[in-house]
Design a protein around this ligand. Structure first.
Ligand SMILES: [Zn+2]
Length: 285
């Protein structure tokens, strides 16, 4: 074996182990439609694994930054006042300045765009293979860069918003329980260092990026119809079953996600592993 082959074999083994583990954790299995294109499926899995690791690393570093950013004197004062009055004052949980969260949004965006680029490219290449037209799509294409910029920022804002809510709830709980600084720090660390959350984000967002690549290239090539595809087993969500039951629909048709929002393609819910099939004009289905 050459060095390159050895590395590739190691990478394949790592990805296979990661995938087996995700199924053991109860993930919806990928539709076999994804798996038939080995090269693209590998890019999707690679992206998922990288996003998972990136999110864990990000959460870990962020919990440290947050602990440093909290005004602990203020925390002690608020705690003392709460113990006496048993009421929270307005703005009592503003220990962390807004600039902190704005900065976190940008840091997270960098982590996400780096990790999701493989899935995006994999989706685009999958469409080229499926529709048998090579338009030279890659991670360097203008639409790919634009997607990563816009989507990365939007996603990062949403995730940071959720983290902020979790942090404020944790601080409030610490005050309620009269916890000292050490206990409050532990609670914050445990709240942010959420491995399950990291994995859920990775699985869902890798599929979202893959679908974005699929749809972008599909539109450029001129695909005019699509069909939602599930694995068809008993782990498939109600939402995805419903989307699949719509059959072959026009390319701009809106499916529904689990909250009833309009979407072009999977993911329809956290940990969704459905796929989208595209068709060219005149192509028999
Ligand atoms: Zn699904």
């Amino acid at each position: 074996m050459t060095k390159k082959e050895k590395l590739e074999s190691l990478e394949n083994k790592t990805l296979a182990a990661y995938y087996a583990d995700s199924l053991l954790r109860g993930s919806e299995p990928h539709v076999d439609y994804y798996i038939k294109n080995k090269k693209c499926f590998k890019l999707l899995l690679k992206s998922e694994m990288l996003t998972d690791l990136s999110m864990r690393k990000y959460f870990k570093e962020m919990s440290q930054r947050l602990t440093d950013a909290v005004n602990w004197n203020r925390y002690q004062n608020e705690k003392a006042s709460f113990l006496q009055t048993k009421t929270f004052k307005a703005g009592i949980l503003d220990y962390v300045v807004n600039a902190f969260w704005e900065n976190e949004t940008l840091v997270l965006k960098v982590f996400l765009t780096k990790a999701l680029v493989d899935a995006l490219e994999g989706g685009g290449l999958f469409t080229e293979d499926e529709l048998k037209i090579d338009i030279g799509y890659s991670r360097e294409s203008a639409p790919a860069i634009e997607f990563l910029n816009k989507y990365g920022l939007a996603l990062s804002k949403t995730l940071t918003g959720t983290t902020k809510d979790k942090v404020l709830a944790a601080l409030q709980m610490s005050i309620n329980n009269g916890e000292d600084r050490n206990a409050a720090v532990d609670r914050l660390m445990n709240t942010i260092n959420d491995k399950v959350r990291a994995t859920t984000i990775a699985q869902t967002e890798a599929v979202n990026a893959f679908s974005a690549g699929r749809m972008e290239v599909g539109r450029q090539i001129g695909a005019d119809r699509k069909k939602w595809r599930t694995a068809g087993d008993n782990k498939v969500s109600q939402t995805c079953r419903f989307n699949e039951a719509q059959g072959v629909v026009p390319i701009d048709f809106k499916f529904k996600d689990f909250q009833g929002n309009d979407i072009d393609a999977p993911a329809a819910h956290p940990n969704c592993r459905s796929g989208i099939q595209l068709f060219m004009p005149g192509e028999k289905v």
